[in-house]
Design a protein around this ligand. Structure first.
Ligand code: C5P
Length: 212
């Protein structure tokens, strides 16, 4: 089974996808980390983030062993990821890796922006996660502070709005719900509540399929 978790509030700390994968005994890929790793590789070498050829080269040389680097979680890298992820050739270079991950046994949970629309359009369950941007800003600020980073909630909110805008309006694989995605608004849910709501959706889809 493949579970696709998309949406502006899909990842956060990658918690929802990770928790679902744990619940079902599946593997988990937070695909935002891939774009963050491409961005970090450009930032590290001082390359211009708008240099598409360099970004494509970085995407082709990705080392999944480095996906655990805590620096990838920072706001600065996230913002840079949203720039390099708009390049169609960067996205293209990363498709096979993601599809290959999704196809392996026993099942997989992938979270990102285009899993249900582009990477795994045949995913068994698609969930599109949204939350009030102000609530997301509060959460991201608390997460950043917990990591020991400085964070100003108003700036984090501005960053979230700018990033959503860029993700929604890019020409390739824009952020949008697949027509068969189930909407999950976690503005008023804590992590546990969000996980339970997602499991309810997955179980309802499975039950429906068994009846069909
Ligand atoms: O989810 P996360 O905040 O880690 O993603 C960082 C950025 O990477 C997003 O703002 C988006 O621009 C990009 N991204 C993407 N497609 C994905 C996952 C992330 O374009 N599947």
């Amino acid at each position: 089974m493949i579970i696709a978790i998309d949406g502006p509030a899909a990842s956060g700390k990658g918690t929802l996808g990770k928790r679902l994968a744990h619940h079902y005994g599946y593997r988990h890929l937070d695909t935002g980390v891939i774009y963050r790793a491409v961005a970090k590789s450009l930032l590290d070498t001082g390359a211009d983030l708008n240099d598409e050829a360099r970004a494509v080269a970085a995407a082709m040389e990705l080392d999944p062993e480095k996906f655990g680097d805590p620096v990838l979680k920072t706001q600065q890298v996230g913002e840079a990821a949203s720039v390099v992820s708009a390049f169609p050739r960067v996205r293209e270079a990363l498709v096979d890796f993601q599809r290959h991950f999704a196809a392996g046994p026993p099942g997989a949970v992938l979270d990102g922006r285009d899993i249900g629309t582009v990477i795994c359009p045949d995913a068994d369950v698609k969930i599109f996660v949204i939350a009030d941007p102000k609530v997301r800003a509060r959460r991201r600020t608390l997460e950043a502070k917990a990591r020991g980073e400085e964070a100003d909630e108003a700036l984090v909110l501005a960053d979230i709005l700018a990033r959503d805008e860029r993700d929604r309006n890019r020409a390739t694989a824009p952020l949008k719900a697949a027509p068969d995605a189930h909407l999950l608004d976690n503005s008023h849910l804590d992590i546990e509540g969000g996980v339970r709501a997602a499991i309810d959706i997955i179980e309802a889809v499975r039950a429906g399929r068994q009846r069909a």
